[in-house]
Write a protein that binds this ligand. Structure first.
Ligand code: AMP
Ligand code: MG
Length: 427
């Protein structure tokens, strides 16, 4: 495990007073490692949604298990097809989905077959029923296939064409989505081996922060950060440890950090990390752990503390409610995904036409709350949610993504395309 100084030394142009967003993520990628390599568990599929696979799921069977028909029609041996000639075949039976047809189909014969029914070994092609003419006389049904409409193998699904037995249907690190659950079930597997949940402790700091239920007081604000952090972590499938609001008092802070470090893989705090803070939070982080205090070239979310306390990774987020969410999405979320053993890649940003001019200072990354919609011509357009103050939490509720104005980017004119990081399932 590298110390913070070692990571910093290897990072090009590291300056804790002026880090770019990319440098922060590069640093965090070195700081955090998957935590549960030796602590996986088997869970039933109904309990597995959102969990991260600890090992590949190898298919115990061929999928599909047999050659079968892709259409309702008539199965036959395509060796009998001749160019420019119709082919007439006698229907000798019906193969239904779910069981093998027991008879034999000879030359000059065909088998009525339903979609998904097993294709007998000596038949390789299915003619859809709407393509042929049927004639019946004295209990004998005959079909006639018009010339030149089929070739061998048409409308046949091959055994194992989706998955061969032994092949990895899902890879370790995959998040179990609804589709992944269905895929595992289709293999007949009732459970999966997943990483244990990541344990994340969080608390808010600051004497001006009120817990819900406290009487309002002049100059004080209700603690919203614990609720957004709770929601963000829960959406990620973490096991959360809510530690409340911790007063700006050394003994309380020390006790909170010590308990969190003992029990959690990661600790998230909010507040108390900005410059000129008269509080004890920074001092306690410094005393108990290996912690760096950064100024990041971004807005919102400039100050942040990062490091380790005991075996836990510490993310000391700023206090402003929007800054908490933005730094969480930009830095904490990717780092936690890595700790969870997830191989999820960040969703690609969407490009949208900006409907208003945006002032932007080059040399920092700015995140504006945006609302993306489809224009009449089907292209994407985005407007901001109005007041972009870092305390305006309603902007995060109204927006459906963050407009990311990159480090080197300058002002945006109406009609310019901008990148938007959509919230999707994260918020
Ligand atoms: P700080 O980073 O501690 O200077 O906090 C910046 C601002 O964020 C403060 O003025 C508080 O009003 C606000 N703030 C800090 N912690 C919280 C919290 N837990 N919930 C809501 N607002 C907060
Ligand atoms: Mg404060």
């Amino acid at each position: 495990m590298k110390s913070l100084d070692e990571i910093a030394a290897a990072l090009q142009g590291y300056d804790p007073q002026a880090l770019s967003v990319d440098q922060v993520n590069a640093f965090l990628a070195e700081l955090v490692q998957p935590v549960s390599a030796h602590e996986s568990q088997d869970v039933y599929l109904f309990d597995a949604l959102g969990r991260v696979l600890a090992q590949d799921v190898d298919s115990p069977i061929h999928v599909p298990a047999h050659n079968n028909s892709a259409m309702d029609g008539f199965a036959f041996d395509a060796a009998q097809l001749k160019v420019d000639q119709a082919l007439s075949l006698r229907v000798v039976g019906t193969a239904l989905a779910g069981k093998a047809w027991p008879g034999k189909v000879n030359v000059g014969e065909c088998l009525k077959i339903m979609t998904g029914a097993i294709l007998p070994d000596n038949l390789d092609t299915v003619v859809p029923q709407e393509f042929c003419q049927l004639a019946s006389a004295q209990d004998v049904t005959t079909i006639t296939i018009p010339p030149n409409i089929l070739k061998a193998g048409d409308n046949r699904r091959m055994m194992g064409e989706d998955l061969m037995q032994g092949q990895a249907a899902l890879k370790a690190g995959q998040h179990l989505t609804p589709a992944a659950l269905g895929l595992v079930a289709s293999l007949g597997l009732p459970d999966v081996r997943v990483h244990r949940r990541l344990r994340v402790a969080y608390f808010s700091t600051g004497d001006e922060v009120l817990s819900l239920g406290d009487a309002p007081r002049e100059g004080a604000v209700y603690d919203s950060n614990r609720y957004t952090v709770f929601g963000l972590l829960t959406r990620m499938g973490c096991e959360v440890m809510d530690m409340g609001v911790v007063r700006d008092e050394p003994a309380q802070l020390e006790a909170a950090f010590a308990k969190a470090a003992l029990e959690a893989d990661a600790i998230i705090t909010s507040g108390g990390v900005s410059v000129g803070e008269a509080d004890f939070t920074k001092a306690m982080m410094k005393k108990l752990g290996d912690v760096a205090f950064w100024k990041i070239a971004m807005r919102p979310g400039r100050p942040m503390a990062v490091g380790r306390i005991g075996k836990s990774v510490l993310f000391g987020l700023p206090g402003n409610p929007v800054a908490v969410m933005v730094t969480f999405l930009a830095f904490v979320r990717p780092a936690l995904l890595r700790m969870m053993g997830s191989t999820a890649q960040p969703a690609p940003m969407v490009r949208a036409r900006c409907l208003e001019p945006l002032r932007k200072k080059a040399g920092r990354t700015e995140y504006q709350r945006g609302f993306v919609s489809s224009a009449a011509d089907g292209t994407l357009q985005v407007r901001t949610t109005g007041n972009q103050g870092s305390g305006v939490l309603s902007s995060m509720v109204q927006g459906n993504g963050l407009i990311v104005l990159h480090h080197a980017q300058g002002h945006v004119a109406v009609g310019d395309e901008v990148d938007v990081m959509m919230f999707e399932g994260a918020i």
